[in-house]
Write a protein that binds this ligand. Structure first.
Ligand code: SAH
Length: 353
């Protein structure tokens, strides 16, 4: 049997795998601690495993890191874009964003994406493939290591994860769910609070319903339009899962107390940025525990869409604020290094570089 990547296992799966091999299942917890909490790469260095088992583990498993191909530093806001080269030469990107007292990491779940949203750069090349669980959690593990090695602002911890990079997380459900379990495991995993992990989706209703049952994490939905006609044009997924049904599913999403669903709304000049749109948005979200993130469109090559004037953005936001909504205008970080929302493309994939 070929060696298996250790980070593709949930802890329960690893326990079961070891049991089948007549190995005590508590070894799974020991291994998880070394891999995720101590950043250990070699099974040889996992010193509380018996010598024999250390040898055996090396025949059963590998524990690899992603290849960091390039790190781009934003001069404007200190965010960093990591370009990773995967073993089959697909490329993905993650963005590390410094906040006041912590780091937020935006991670990818697919190489490419098949949702074909008209404003998004990742959509351009279609879906290459789903990322494995290991490739998803490695973005976090490897960048945590990078932060440690750089000795970068030791007071700051990587405490927030957003699944808002390349790909549609809920289109890679099983690997994303397994990754969430590892990320939020407080005893043996990456120990990130589940309230600080946000999955952002274009609106796949059946998977939203599943997620509500499988993991109590924060949810963000990319809304971007208030009529089915426009939303279907901008986001073809809307033809399958139209607004009315989407909103109903979101109303039923089991939210922890005091938490809200984030609605992302890209503001595109003359497309969805009028006060009429704001009015319809306020009505649409009535009765939903919602906070609204307005994202001024980030231009990229090959798109005719434009960002509205600042004044228009402010008016749109104020209208919603005045109606009692929590509104944040998300001026994307890292736009000078192509790391802003919707700009991730792994140019390497298309050979455009
Ligand atoms: N597929 C998931 C996550 C990736 S997209 C989703 O759809 O939510 C992350 C966010 O970036 C989404 O809210 C999307 O609407 C937004 N986005 C995509 N392209 C953008 C662009 N050019 N400018 C601003 N935001 C964009």
């Amino acid at each position: 049997m070929p060696q298996q990547e250790i980070k593709n296992f949930s802890i329960t799966e690893l326990e079961n795998f070891l049991k089948e091999k007549n190995i005590a299942s508590f070894r799974a917890k020991q291994i998880f601690k070394w891999v995720y909490l101590k950043q250990t790469d070699s099974f040889e260095d996992m010193t509380d495993l018996s010598k024999d088992f250390r040898k055996e583990a090396q025949t059963l498993f590998v524990n690899k890191r992603l290849e960091i191909k390039k790190i781009s530093h934003s001069q404007k806001d200190g965010s960093k874009k990591f370009l990773f080269c995967l073993e089959d030469n697909n490329h993905i990107e993650s963005v590390l964003i410094p906040e006041k007292d912590h780091f937020t990491l935006c991670i990818s779940t697919q190489a490419g994406c098949r949702q074909n949203c008209k404003f998004c750069m990742t959509a351009k090349g279609g879906l290459k493939r789903n990322l494995s669980t290991s490739e998803i959690v490695s973005q976090i593990r490897d960048i945590q290591k990078y932060i440690l090695d750089q000795n970068e602002d030791e007071s700051k911890r990587l405490s927030n994860i957003v699944f808002m990079g390349m790909g549609e997380p809920l289109d890679n459900y099983d690997n994303v769910l397994r990754a969430i379990k590892i990320i939020t495991d407080q005893d043996f995993g990456l120990k990130i609070s589940r309230r600080r992990v946000t999955v952002s989706t274009s609106g796949l209703i059946p998977q939203i319903e599943r997620l509500g049952k499988d993991a109590a994490i924060a949810l963000a939905v990319s809304l971007n339009a208030v009529s089915d006609e426009l939303r279907s044009e901008l986001m073809p997924v809307n033809k399958r899962y139209p607004l009315k049904e989407l909103l109903l599913a979101l109303k039923n999403y089991p939210l922890p107390k005091r938490e809200k669903i984030t609605f992302e709304y890209i503001l595109i000049k003359n497309i969805n940025d009028s006060l009429e749109d704001a009015k319809k948005l306020a009505l649409l979200l009535k009765g939903v525990k919602a906070k609204i993130n307005l994202i001024p469109f980030n231009p990229h090559p090959g798109s005719d869409f434009k960002r509205p004037e600042k004044n228009t953005i402010e008016k749109f936001g104020k209208f919603l604020l005045d109606r009692g909504y929590t509104v944040i205008v998300r001026w994307s970080k890292g736009d000078d290094i192509g790391a802003a929302c919707g700009q991730l493309s792994a140019e390497e994939n298309s050979g455009e570089k």
